[in-house]
Write a protein that binds this ligand. Sequence first.
Ligand SMILES: NC(=O)C1=CN([C@@H]2O[C@H](COP(=O)(O)OP(=O)(O)OC[C@H]3O[C@@H](n4cnc5c(N)ncnc54)[C@H](OP(=O)(O)O)[C@@H]3O)[C@@H](O)[C@H]2O)C=CC1
Ligand SMILES: CC(=O)[C@@H](O)[C@H](O)COP(=O)(O)O
Ligand SMILES: [Mn+2]
Length: 393
Amino acid sequence: MTQQRLTVLGSTGSIGQSTLDVVARHPERYEIFALTASTQVDKMLAQCAAFKPRHVVMVSEAHGRALAEQIRAHQWPIEVHTGAAALEWVAAHPEVDSVMAAIVGAAGLAACLAAARSGKRLMLANKEALVVGGEVFLQAVREGGAVLLPIDSEHSAIFQSLPEDPSSWERRVRKIILTASGGPFRTRDPDTLRDVTPEQACAHPNWVMGRKISVDSATMMNKALEVIEARYLFGLPPSRIEVVIHPQSIVHSMVQYHDTAVVAQLGVPDMRAPIAYGLAWPERIDSGAEHLDFTALPAMTFSKPDARLFPGLQLAWDALNGPSGTAAVLNAANEIAVDAFLNRRIRFDQIHHTNVATMAAVLPESPTTLADLLALDERARRSALEFVQRIQA
Ligand SMILES: NC(=O)C1=CN([C@@H]2O[C@H](COP(=O)(O)OP(=O)(O)OC[C@H]3O[C@@H](n4cnc5c(N)ncnc54)[C@H](OP(=O)(O)O)[C@@H]3O)[C@@H](O)[C@H]2O)C=CC1
Ligand SMILES: CC(=O)[C@@H](O)[C@H](O)COP(=O)(O)O
Ligand SMILES: [Mn+2]
C-alpha cells in the first residue's frame, strides 16, 4: 500500500478536524503535506504538533505571522505561508496526491480548481465551490483527470447507492432523493421565525457543524445548495432531484431506480464516515464512527418540506433553470445574508429576502472562466450587501 500525501484545506474547521481524526487512525495510509486555515492560530499550532505537515497556510497575514513565530520557537521544520494564493499552491503541489476541500464558502473555489486541474483525488465538502463553479468546475476535473469524491453526507450516500459505471446513471436512475433533517425550526410556526437568534439557528438537532452551514440547515438553504451540488455531481436534470424531510438523519439519501427499487445508505450522523469513504475509496477503513444498532433506532419518518417554513428550498430549481451563473449569484447572496444574520444585522427571515432580491437584481453573463466566476461572485455580493444595508436602515 502506498501512502497518500494529503493537503487539508480548512483543517481547523469541523470537517477539517474530523478529517484529521480519521487520518490519525491510519498513519500507514496517510501523510499530511499541508494544512490550511484562516485565523485559528492555537488550533493550527496543535495540529502542527500532532501531524508535522511540511507546509501550513494561514490566509490572514497577521495570524500567519503569529503562527510562524510559535513554529520558529518550537524549531519545527514547517514552512508557513500567508495569503489566498498559497491555498492554490498547496492544493496543486506535485507531491500531493489528495486534497480535502473543507474551506467554507466560495473562498475555497480557486483552490478546488487548482486541485482539479492538477489531477488530484479531490474530496469535496466545500459544496459552495461546486455551486459557484458549476460547469467550469466539472471541466477542470475532466481536463485535469482528477477524481472528484463527494464528502457531503447526502452526496456520499448517493454515490454509494449508485452503480459503479457513471455512464449508466442517467439511463437507470429515476430520481435522486436527498434527505433533510429540517433543522432546529422544523416544527415551528413560520410566523415565529422572525425573531430567532443566531444561537437558536446554530443549534442543529443532529450534527455539530460550522456556523454558516448550521444557519443554512435552519433555512434549508443547505438543502438548496445540495440540490445544485447533486445536479453537478450526478448529472441528472433538476426535475429528477427530490428532497424529503427525515428528522432522524439516519438515511443519508436514496436513489430510486426505474424498476421501483430504492437503494439507500444509512449510518449514524457522524461526518467521519463519509470522510473515511472519500479518503479510502474504493476501500473501506475504520472511521471511528459508531456502528448502527438497528434494535435501538428511533422510528424513522419521512415527509414533504413545508414551503411556507422553508421558502429558500425552491431557489435551487429556480437557479438551475435560470441562466448559467444564477447559482453563483444565489450562493453569494446567501453568504452575505448569513453573515449579516450571524452578526445580528438582519433577521432570520430576511436571509431569504436578500437571496430573492439579489437573484432578481444580478443577471449573470454565462461565466466560462474562474475570473468570470469571481467577478460575478463579487457583483452579487455587492448587490446583496446593498440590499442588507437598505433593510437594516
Ligand atoms: N461541518 C459539517 O458537518 C459539514 C460541512 N460541509 C461543508 O464543508 C465546508 C466546511 O464546513 P465546516 O467545516 O462546517 O466549516 P467551519 O466554519 O467549521 O470551518 C471552515 C474552515 O475554513 C477556513 N476558512 C474560513 N474562511 C476562509 C477563507 N476566506 N479562506 C480560507 N479558509 C477559510 C476556516 O479557518 P479558521 O477557522 O482558522 O478561520 C476553517 O478552517 C462547508 O462548505 C460546508 O458546507 C458539508 C457537509 C457537512
Ligand atoms: C452533515 C451534512 O451533510 C450536512 O449537510 C447535513 O446534511 C445538515 O443537515 P440538514 O439536513 O439539516 O441540512
Ligand atoms: Mn449535507
